[in-house]
Design a protein around this ligand. Structure first.
Ligand SMILES: Nc1ncnc2c1ncn2[C@@H]1O[C@H](COP(=O)(O)OP(=O)(O)OP(=O)(O)O)[C@@H](O)[C@H]1O
Ligand SMILES: [Mg+2]
Length: 235
């Protein structure tokens, strides 16, 4: 059994079916990306995993536990951290308060330890500690979103569209930070429209189109398949 095993899920919004028989697996310590155009089903796949939009059929197993249909807080408690596409930062709260909300353990010593860890990864957030979330730049908000997900000390980190709207220099910085997380053996599933960024930091890749997985394989394999890159990714 893989670390995360998704088997044949079908996920809907009302009567609209967004995912068709999607299967995907991650081994512990892998970084895997899910690529696809706008509306392909990337966010829906992640919201299926975290329980925000549970699949109508199929199953999701995380560390041997069947999590299909469980509530988002239960899935988070099992060790799944999620950095959503729309970031969902509390605009009126300070950076530090936003981070503390991401911490599952409320004991003071554990909180300080978790904060130290994310400030080590994102030193910039330490300097912004007392700023209101809403006053941060796009790149800073993205760092805060990742840092908040890490505050729960997850075993699996889901990153939705990390690079949207960010300057190349900020993307470069995020690449360094994600690489550092990989070295710490965190398991990562990321979605991207920016295929070139994602392929650089991933061990394996899936491509989704119209709710169906159309490629499952190596990064090199996809790079060499220019037709597929063009057809499904527009690169
Ligand atoms: N809340 C919703 N209600 C109805 N349909 C939705 C909803 N959210 C997404 N969809 C539809 O589900 C399909 C998959 O959307 P999804 O958000 O998963 O795509 P995506 O690959 O994340 O796209 P993007 O790159 O634009 O973020 C699309 O057809 C979209 O219109
Ligand atoms: Mg999306």
């Amino acid at each position: 059994m893989a670390f995360l095993e998704i088997e044949g899920i079908n996920t809907f919004y009302g009567v609209f079916q967004a995912l068709f028989d999607v299967s995907l697996r991650l081994e512990e310590g892998e970084a895997v990306c899910l690529l696809g155009r706008n509306g392909a089903g990337k966010t829906t796949t992640l919201s299926s995993i975290v329980g925000l939009n549970s699949p109508r059929s199929g199953s999701i197993t995380f560390k041997g536990t069947n999590v299909t249909g469980k509530r988002p807080y239960e899935i988070a408690r099992l060790g799944v951290g999620f950095a959503p596409e729309n970031r969902l930062i509390f605009q009126d709260l300070t950076v530090r308060d936003n981070l503390e909300l991401g911490c599952r353990k409320k004991q003071r010593s554990e909180l300080v330890g978790a904060l130290d860890k994310v400030y080590h990864l994102f030193p910039r957030l330490k300097n912004l500690e007392d700023r209101q979330g809403g006053t941060l730049s796009g790149g800073e908000q993205q760092m805060l979103t990742i840092a908040r997900a890490l505050m729960g000390n997850p075993d699996l980190l889901l990153l939705d569209e990390l690079t949207t709207g960010l300057a190349p220099i900020v993307i470069q910085l995020l690449k360094t930070q994600i690489t550092q997380l990989k070295q710490e053996k965190l398991t990562i599933l990321l979605t991207e429209q920016n295929a070139l960024f994602a392929l650089d930091i991933s061990d394996r890749v899936y491509v989704i189109d119209k709710g169906t997985i159309v490629y499952d394989g190596s990064v090199e394999g996809l790079r060499q398949d220019l037709d597929l890159m063009r057809q499904y990714l527009g690169v």
